[in-house]
Ligand binder design. Sequence first.
Ligand SMILES: [Zn+2]
Ligand SMILES: [Zn+2]
Length: 340
Amino acid sequence: MSIPSTLPPTTALGDGIVQIRLPMSGNPMRYINGYLLEDEGGLTLIDCGWKADDVRTALEDGLAANGFALRDVRRLVVTHFHFDHYGLAGELLAAGVPELGMHPMDWRVLQMRAAAPDDDRLADAWLERNGLTVEIPPGEDEQYDRYDLVAPTRLLEDGDRVGRLRALWTPGHSPGHLCFVDTVSGRTFTGDHVLDPVTPHVGLWHDRGRDPLGDYVASLRAVGALETTGVLPAHGEAFPDLARRVAELLAHEAAREAQVIEALATGHTTGAEVAGALRWRRRGDRFDQLTAGHQQFAVAETLAHLEHLRSQGIAVRNDRVTPIRWELRPESDRAHILPA
Ligand SMILES: [Zn+2]
Ligand SMILES: [Zn+2]
C-alpha cells in the first residue's frame, strides 16, 4: 500500500468519523491519526499528536475543514501515554478542551517518569546490564520531550463507556494501552496495538517484574475475537480485516520466539548477543546496521521475548553476573514449572 507523499489533511470516514493526519516531522512513521467522532453534545478526539506547532496547526485546520473549531471538542481520549499520542494534550486542555481520558496504568507511568527525571538513564542502565552500551548522538532523543505532563480528568478502565466509545484495555505496547470500539459504526480504533504493515513495538525497558509480551499476545487474542466492521489504527490508513492482521501479528511473534530460542540454543547468552543473532526491520537488517537508537529498541524487544520465555518456564535468567545471562531451561525440567 503506498501513501501519497503529500498527506491529505482529513478524510471523512462516514458515521460521523473524521481522520485528521497529524504530522510527525522527521519520523519515518510520518503521521499519527487523530480521529474525531461526532456525538450528542460535541466532539470526541482520539489521540492528539505530539507537542509541536505544526501538529496544533494541522489539528485546527482539520477541524475547520469539517466546520468545527477546538471549542467543539468536548473530550480527548488517548490510546496510550506515548508522546505522539498524548504530547499535545496539555496545550489542548489549556485551550479549553474540558476532558481528558486515559487508562490509570499509563497515567502511573507518566507520574513515575515525572518523579524520576533520570528515567531514560534507568532504561539505558537496564540495557547496559543486558550487554548493550551505545552512545545516543545528541539530539536524537529530543523528540521524546515533545509533551507536557497533564493529569487526566477521567481514568478509563476496561469496558468503560465514554461518549459513543467503549474502552478496551489492551496492555502490551504500553501497560495501559486502550483500544476503543465505536458503538455506532462497529469500527475499532486500535491505537498502536494493531498496525498494518508496521509491527507494533513491545519492549522490556525496565526490570519491573512485568511480562509485556505475554500481555501483548493475550491482548491481541482478545482484539482478534472482536466483531468489527473495520480497523482505524493510530498510524497508517484504515483497513478492513482485524482478524487477518491479528493472525499475522501472532504468527510474527511466534516466529520471533522461535528465533530467540534458536539463538539461545546456539550459545548466545546476553540480551545484546541474542539481539545480534536476529534480523531486524522488514528488510532483514543485521543488528550492526541499526542506528544506536534502533539498537536500543531491538534489545528491549529481545528482552521482552526472553522475559516471556522465562515466564513460561522455557528460559532462565542469571542476575548474579554482569551482563545478565539467559539460558534455555533443560527440557526435562520444564514440565515442573508453572508459568508465572
Ligand atoms: Zn506507541
Ligand atoms: Zn504511536
